[in-house]
Design a protein around this ligand. Structure first.
Ligand code: IVH
Length: 681
């Protein structure tokens, strides 16, 4: 017992200390510890928590990395309705707002000007200093509870500091900064998923992911703009937002208190220009009456407060003539139509190309040959085609139809049910698909052969030295030495000549040699199976342990793996049904690549060996802790109950359907306490 007390106090100390460092880093921007030392401390805490899951604290920084799986988001009523703001689009309307406000308060009014973040509204509930719940706006009266996902956002405190009130609700906007947005879309395109159209959609999609560790990877951020509660300190909005800082929140970097409508208009002008330099999207300015007493005097309608208003920036719009449509074929064969436009200046940049996304979008826009297209750029980073100037269309010009055959290899294109994208099914012989696969294989998160990057793969492909991924392992010094290619100048790069001298060749061969040690899960990702991203590859590797088990798995078995749905399962089965793929796998195996999880990961004990277990309900520890334990003891986690299930580990509020099914099939249901006892024994 004494020992447990010591551990509890160490967990407490580490949690507090790590939270303090997180605060220094994310809120104050003044780290006082090296990343390495931080990671060591975090590792120590995670190890202690793993041994003693009952001692994990709700504000533990380990929750930042996610791990919780939410199957269904609970609908939760808002304590105070989540109103939206009335919109204005002109200076005149902003002045009208000022007049209305003054007509109601009959005294001087101070305004606070803020940025209008283009993201997803969120409500954060803190009780006794702990973040206990986080809910989306929903219909304004009730929203979805997304707490596990929100906890992964580093700028949101899990535990407040200083002299905080016993209850507060803080509202703000979850945003996805440009850098993270671009990275995420690149990754999506890499595995054959349609990219998100803008950061707002991406933030909203990310917030609704079931796997919080995936949310943690994507890099959401948050900006706060509203504080609610009872008997809170301060009698005005501005001061209360500043208070948030004392309680450990990161407060908006831009917020200005002004005393007349002219200053409001100045703020609008200033940010209409400066927004282009912000690392995230904003779509306007929000103007709020500062004094709470005045806010109450002014009141609200059912939908909007009357004491605040949004000014929306005008998206700049120009018309430009369509020169042609390119159809780009990506690594997984997805075909994306891109409009080539007569160059126009738009919001400070010259636009020559804009994505038309897919056949549905093209069809809805009803694009005809030589049309003048309206291109818009608002607070967003990407120019968007929003319509056609029909008045300028010549009657003879025909409607443009999406192509039926691959522009690169001539294969008829396929469109799967429920998918917006067309794709070229000739994955083994279509040149951009082969090249894309080769590039994916060597990429950092896959085999990480960085000595082969930046155009070198293209040279190998053009010279017929590499046709499929296994060919990398047959390359010889003499084949490589002296290869050369001239890359003409492009929009982003000057002309360059790449030539393979001694040192380059040595590096390439050494990189290939080292890649033979890359662990199985990354090899699996590197194979480039459609829809199998990094996370899915990891889960598959852990579940099946060897490529032989995976390649022999039926669709039903694949569906047992967490996060694997119909689409992924079908794609995996199809991959292993192709003889060509099996040949490549044999060649890679002969080359000595890792096709099994390392023995270390296999299991440290065989107590649950061969047992198939379903974990369902709420537990005192994150569900992943239990799942990891099961794996560590040799068991298998599955998501649905079948006759092959050995037992169900049931927490509170386990779904009634699941319970019924388990009872019907006569499968034992054990409690969390029994489970820990079982492991102890
Ligand atoms: S204040 C009752 N401030 O824009 C006032 N909202 O329709 C609540 N938004 O739902 C909102 N930036 O999602 C406020 N600085 C800001 C904001 C902001 C973005 C969002 C919010 C709101 C919508 C307006």
């Amino acid at each position: 017992m004494e020992n447990k007390k010591l551990i509890q106090s160490e967990i407490q100390k580490l949690t507090d200390e790590l939270n303090r460092h997180n605060y220094n880093y994310y809120i104050l921007d003044q780290p006082t510890i090296s990343d390495f030392d931080f990671d060591m401390m975090l590792e120590r805490l995670a190890a202690l928590e793993k041994e003693h899951p009952e001692l994990i604290r709700p504000d533990s920084p380990t929750q930042r990395v996610g791990g919780t799986i939410t199957k269904q988001f609970n609908s939760v009523a808002h304590k105070y309705p989540m109103l939206s703001l009335g919109n204005t689009y002109s200076e005149g309307e902003v002045r009208d707002f000022d007049q209305r406000v003054k007509g109601l308060v009959h005294e001087d009014v101070e305004y606070v000007c803020e940025l209008k973040y283009d993201g997803v509204a969120i409500s954060l509930i803190y009780e006794n200093g702990f973040l206990i719940r986080s809910v989306t706006r929903g219909d304004g009266m009730k929203g979805d509870e997304v707490t596990a996902n929100v906890k992964t956002i580093k700028s949101i405190p899990l535990k407040l500091r200083g002299d905080y009130p016993p209850f507060i609700e803080v509202r703000g906007e979850i945003i996805l900064p440009h850098r993270q947005f671009e990275k995420m879309n690149q990754e999506r395109e890499d595995i054959g998923e349609a990219p998100f159209a803008n950061p707002r959609n991406a933030a909203s999609g990310t917030l609704k992911l079931q796997d919080s560790s995936e949310v943690a990877r994507r890099g959401l951020d948050c900006r706060l703009y509203y504080v609610l509660g009872e008997n809170l300190p301060e009698d005005n909005h501005y001061a209360r937002i500043l208070r948030l800082k004392e309680w450990g929140f990161k407060i908006p970097e831009v917020m200005e208190k002004v005393s007349g409508i002219d200053q409001v208009i100045n703020f609008i002008h200033q940010w209409d220009t400066e927004r282009k330099k912000l690392p995230y999207d904003i779509d306007g300015i929000v103007i709020k009456v500062n004094s709470y007493t005045q806010q109450q005097q002014i009141g609200s309608t059912a939908k909007n407060p009357r004491w605040a208003i949004a000014y929306k920036f005008k998206a700049e719009k120009v018309a430009s003539q369509l020169l042609s449509v390119d159809y780009q074929v990506g690594r997984t064969g997805v075909v994306t139509p891109v409009a080539n436009l007569s160059p126009v200046l738009l919001a400070g940049t010259v636009v020559k190309r804009a994505s038309l996304h897919n056949a549905d979008v093209m069809n809805e826009l009803d694009i005809h040959k030589d049309d003048f297209l309206f291109v818009e750029k608002g607070g967003e980073i990407i120019p968007k085609i929003v319509g056609v100037d029909i008045a300028r269309r010549a009657p003879k010009n025909v409607k443009l139809l999406f192509i039926s055959h691959c522009p690169e290899c001539g294969t008829p294109l396929v469109r799967q049910e429920g998918e917006a994208a067309h794709f070229c099914p000739n994955e083994l012989h279509c040149p951009p698909q082969i090249k894309g696969k080769l590039e994916h294989f060597i990429s950092r998160k896959a085999m990480n052969i960085d000595s082969l990057g930046e155009g070198k793969v293209e040279i190998l492909f053009d010279n017929g030295l590499v046709r499929h991924i296994a060919d990398f392992y047959q390359l010889t010094y003499s084949q490589l030495l002296g290869l050369e290619k001239r890359f003409p100048e492009t929009e982003n790069q000057k002309e360059r000549i790449l030539s393979f001298r001694e040192k380059t060749v040595e590096n390439i061969l050494a990189g290939i040699e080292q890649s033979r040690q890359v662990p199985f899960e990354r090899v699996l990702f590197a194979l480039g199976i459609r829809y199998v991203g990094e996370t899915t590859a990891k889960k598959l590797a852990r579940y099946f342990k060897t490529i032989d088990a995976l390649s022999g798995a039926s669709k039903e078995e694949l569906l047992q793996v967490e996060d694997v749905g119909e689409r992924i399962a079908e794609s995996i089965v199809a991959y292993f049904n192709k003889t060509e793929n099996l040949e490549v796998l044999i060649a890679l195996k002969n080359a000595g690549l890792q096709f099994e999880v390392s023995t270390q990961l296999q299991h440290s004990s065989s107590l649950l060996s061969g047992k198939t277990i379903v974990v369902s309900g709420l537990f005192s520890v994150p569900r992943d802790v239990l799942k990891e334990k099961i794996e560590q003891y040799g068991g298998k986690n599955t998501s649905s109950i079948s006759k092959n299930t050995d037992f169900v580990l049931a927490g509170e509020q386990m779904g009634p359907e699941k319970r019924k099914k388990a009872e019907k099939l006569g499968i034992p249901i054990i409690s969390e306490t029994d489970f820990w006892k079982m492991l102890e024994e």
